[in-house]
Ligand binder design. Structure first.
Ligand code: FA5
Length: 343
């Protein structure tokens, strides 16, 4: 039996030098460790060893088995490293500076539209600010007059983090911070990504974009709001558009409105896109609620203002005729490039 073990040891030494590829190593493993392998057979024979020899032979088999297992693992690791080096060496032969056949991606139509809107508001004296994507519950809800018990919270179900913060549901989440920083005489525009726990369809995404604007001063009126909205839409749609306000409800504005614009596709005559009404619902807005001003340290007796929150994924759809909002979050570069040219 001892002789047999030594023979196997020598055989393994010879075989291991011949194992060059992944397949060779696997064949070697099966030859020695497989169900019908040499070591399995040896273990079977071991049952017949008697008395005193049992301990010594048992130790020899065990030591051989461990050596084979260890060597096979080492061979595998060495081989993987060799293959990785080969792949890296081949990669070096790729010239990443050569022009790509299909071109190099494109700006998302949303990004192009955001830049146009931002430029328009800058020309009207607005400062541009950024908002956080993760917000405190206070900023997203309480600071804009939506306490925990307010039913309006149900309309903006969102993703909550373990620490009690939320993925912001609306750009209005930045209102309190911005009003505190800019004080009572300000015109600020703040675009941002918003998140809601939505049933996704052609016009609803769980991740979408809004552009919010606030103007605070003495004697701000609804006419001022209409003026800025008309200017923005004329600039973006490159058409003469009229706007109208319908009553709406938001806890952070009073009065609140839904702003409609004359349909840019039929110039208000009525078509499929506007359900033959001649109007498109575009942008919720209103006069900032005194509680919101007070919460931001602004005296509502002396100052007032308006705010609007434009969902601009939908404006992209209106402007380009894109039929499904989900394309805007897709990786379909070809389609996004094509629709980007329509902005
Ligand atoms: C708001 O989010 C308010 N914060 C807007 C506002 C700001 C009102 C300031 C008054 C003053 P609303 O939930 O309606 O309101 O969303 C505003 C816009 O975001 C919608 O008109 C729509 O264009 C867009 N929007 C909302 N939810 C989604 C969604 N799931 N997918 C795509 N766009 C959405």
């Amino acid at each position: 039996m001892k002789e047999k073990i030594n023979e196997l040891k020598e055989l393994f030494s010879k075989r291991k030098t011949e194992a060059q590829t992944k397949e060779d190593i696997e064949a070697l493993r099966l030859e020695f460790m497989g169900k019908k392998g040499h070591i399995t057979t040896l273990m079977g024979d071991f049952r017949n060893v008697l008395g005193e020899q049992k301990r010594e032979i048992g130790m020899m088999i065990n030591s051989l088995k461990q050596e084979i297992e260890k060597t096979i693992e080492e061979l595998k690791a060495k081989n993987e490293q060799k293959e990785m080096d080969k792949r890296l060496e081949n990669d070096k032969k790729i010239d990443y500076t050569l022009p790509v056949e299909d071109g190099v991606g494109a700006l998302n139509p949303r990004t192009i539209l955001q830049k146009q809107i931002v430029d328009l508001f800058v020309s009207m004296g607005f400062t541009i600010e950024d908002g956080n994507e993760i917000e405190t519950e206070y900023n997203n809800f309480d600071s804009v007059n939506v306490p925990a018990t307010h039913p309006a919270r149900d309309m903006q179900d969102t993703f909550w983090l373990d620490n009690g913060e939320v993925l912001k549901t609306q750009t209005s989440a930045a209102q309190n911070r911005i009003l505190r920083e800019h004080g009572p005489k300000c015109r600020v525009l703040f675009p941002g990504r918003c998140f809601r726990n939505e049933a996704v369809d052609a016009t609803h995404e769980n991740t979408f974009f809004q552009i919010e604007g606030v103007v605070v001063d003495e004697n701000v009126s609804v006419s001022n709001l209409i003026y800025f909205m008309e200017e923005m839409l004329k600039g973006v749609l490159k058409k003469d558009v009229k706007v109208r306000l319908r009553p709406g409800f938001f806890p952070f504005t009073e009065p609140s409105f839904e702003l409609d614009a004359t349909c840019p596709l039929c110039a208000g005559k009525g078509c499929g896109a506007c359900s033959h009404t001649g109007w498109l619902e575009l942008c919720p807005c209103g006069m900032i609620h005194p509680n919101v001003l007070k919460e931001a340290g602004i005296d509502p007796e002396k100052y007032n203002g308006f705010a609007f929150g434009l969902g601009f994924d939908r404006l992209v759809m209106i402007k380009t005729g894109l039929d499904d909002i989900r394309h805007l979050n897709s990786e379909n570069v070809k389609l996004l490039k094509q629709y980007g040219t329509k902005i």
